[in-house]
Design a protein around this ligand. Structure first.
Ligand SMILES: Cc1cc2nc3c(=O)[nH]c(=O)nc-3n(C[C@H](O)[C@H](O)[C@H](O)COP(=O)(O)O)c2cc1C
Length: 188
């Protein structure tokens, strides 16, 4: 069976932190069915959206630094967002990527490839230092608001909470196994 494409947008500045550990577990579980491409939001550090409406008039952004992400987004079968929670939101470089999706909001029908008739699946992997307390729901809602412009919807969400209080919580292995199993059952 040919592998499907999965695009990971990684939002932590720490390459050995909790978010990376959770992402590695997830990718390891699904490596037989997905080819993963990873974009590191901090490495790529794209400009924020300037709200200049250039994309509304021209169908493309006036800055070219989003082009690679756009190409990968257009082609992916599944999107994975892996991020820590920062002040009840996403870290700034990741938020910049989401805001640059404004190009799709303004011109949803002018994507290079418009062949997705159904929503593609997104997976949200979050870590937070304290208890979740509904934060992951807020972030899912805000993310779905953006992603619907590109026919993507969060289907699976896993939260590794209380990392500041309980850094060695092994329960995350089980959570990742369960979500990966659900994905595998649909795909195989
Ligand atoms: C700037 C900043 C803001 C944070 N805001 C929150 C927050 O609002 N809620 C929370 O539970 N944890 C918060 N944290 C803690 C991180 O979400 C937590 O430590 C996370 O597991 C770090 O992931 P990492 O190891 O991948 O960097 C914050 C951490 C930083 C550095």
């Amino acid at each position: 069976m040919e592998k499907e494409k999965a695009l990971v947008i990684f939002g932590s500045p720490r390459n050995n932190g909790y978010t990376k550990k959770m992402l590695n577990l997830f990718m390891n579980e699904l490596k037989e069915i997905y080819d993963f491409s990873i974009i590191n939001a901090y490495d790529i550090a794209i400009k924020p959206c300037y709200g200049c409406d250039f994309c509304e008039k021209n169908g493309v952004c006036r800055f070219s630094d989003f082009n690679k992400i756009k190409m990968l987004l257009d082609e992916t079968d599944m999107l994975v967002i892996a991020s820590p929670v920062y002040n009840m939101g996403f870290p700034a470089p990741l938020k910049a990527i989401f805001d640059r999706m404004q190009v799709y909001y303004n011109k949803p029908l002018q994507r290079e490839k418009d062949y997705y008739s159904e929503f593609r699946d997104a997976v949200l992997l979050l870590t937070c230092g304290r208890a979740d307390n509904g934060v992951s729901e807020i972030l899912s809602k805000s993310l779905n608001y953006i992603l619907k412009c590109i026919d993507i919807k969060i289907k699976y969400k896993t939260v590794w909470e209380k990392t500041d209080l309980n850094p060695n919580d092994s329960g995350i292995f089980l959570k990742i196994k369960m979500v990966s199993k659900s994905i595998m059952e649909i795909k195989t």
